[in-house]
Design a binder for this molecule. Structure first.
Ligand code: BDR
Ligand code: CA
Length: 307
């Protein structure tokens, strides 16, 4: 049997982060080494609590959670309670009994990456503050990752938080710029990729699952539609990044060089191609049938009708 993929998810749950984490927990070929948290969708105390609560609800409180940055490299996070609800998740989960481990996210990442050089896949689903701090504090550590898959940026497509910027990169543009200019092997899953894998309200509400993790996922997804009666579509932003980490062939890619705007004006967080070829692997054309096939299979979803 093939060795399981060692995975760490850096995250700010967040409804779509939660779906991605649950996919990883349901994947038999994944060994989830831990979650590192960052403020973003909601404050750090809440993203950390949600990470612990999700693991507990999935029966996996054995997986460590390490607390990361409560603030971006500059300024403060702006949060998105209007998208994810004030608690960050669309359903109240029981209070977690476990706590975050003593080591912070940067130390945790350093330790796990260097303990298994070339083996760990790191998936970053929130503002990139923890990764940027790791580059500063332990410059050699991230290079030990097998792959780094980042959800963030809006390249050649409108943003979702400002007309030009995507939420994760807008939340900490300086950190995004540090990671993208690091020459590390980053796969970027931006909004243009993620917008290829949405689900309609009607279709989401029809789904059923007998798998415990599938049921929990549907409670969150369907709970989100119930909490937001005017929204008709849920985009699988973070789940797509997770899926590409597991099955890179889900998307075509291009090698590009990207620049993140740090200007304190309407371009803040904007992510643009500089024109030349580069080190970043940018997701382009997503095989949405393959993504939904993976989602459906891992979570044992019934009632799925690909559109
Ligand atoms: C990203 O922003 C967050 O709200 C989501 O969790 C996702 O990581 C999409 O722009
Ligand atoms: Ca996220």
């Amino acid at each position: 049997m093939a060795e399981p993929t060692k995975l760490i998810i850096d995250t700010d749950p967040g409804v779509d982060d939660a779906v991605a984490i649950l996919m990883a927990l349901a994947a038999p070929e994944v060994e989830l080494l831990g979650l590192t948290t960052v403020g973003g969708n909601v404050p750090l105390a809440r993203t950390t609590r949600n990470a612990l609560a999700l693991l507990q609800a999935a029966g996996r409180s054995d997986i460590p959670v390490a607390k990361g940055a409560s603030r971006p490299l500059r300024g403060r996070f702006k949060y998105a309670p209007q998208v994810h609800s004030p608690g960050g998740l669309s359903r109240r989960l029981p209070e977690p009994a476990a706590r975050a481990v003593k080591e912070g996210a940067v130390q945790f990442l350093y330790d796990r990456l260097t303990r298994a050089p070339g083996e760990v896949v790191l998936v970053a689903l929130g503002p990139l503050t923890n990764l940027a701090r790791l580059i500063w504090e332990r410059p050699d550590a991230l290079g030990q990752a097998k792959n780094i898959v980042v959800m963030g940026g809006a390249v050649n497509t409108p943003g979702n938080v400002t007309p030009r910027a995507e939420f994760n990169f807008y939340s900490d543009p300086a950190a995004a710029e540090i990671v993208l200019s690091s020459r590390l092997p980053v796969t970027l899953v931006d909004l243009a990729a993620c917008r290829q894998v949405g689900i309609s309200r009607e279709q989401a509400m029809r789904l059923r699952s007998d798998h415990p993790i599938g049921r929990l996922t549907l409670e969150l997804l369907q709970g989100w539609f119930k909490k937001h009666p005017s929204r008709q579509r849920f985009e699988f932003y973070d789940p797509l990044a997770l899926a590409i980490a597991l099955e890179p062939a889900i998307t075509t890619v291009a090698k590009v060089d990207l620049d993140v705007s740090l200007e304190e004006n309407e371009s803040l967080g904007e992510t643009s191609e500089t024109g030349g070829p580069g080190e970043i692997t940018l997701a382009r054309q997503v095989d949405s049938a393959r993504f939904f096939g993976l989602l459906e299979g891992l979570l044992e979803l019934e009632g799925f009708q690909p559109t």
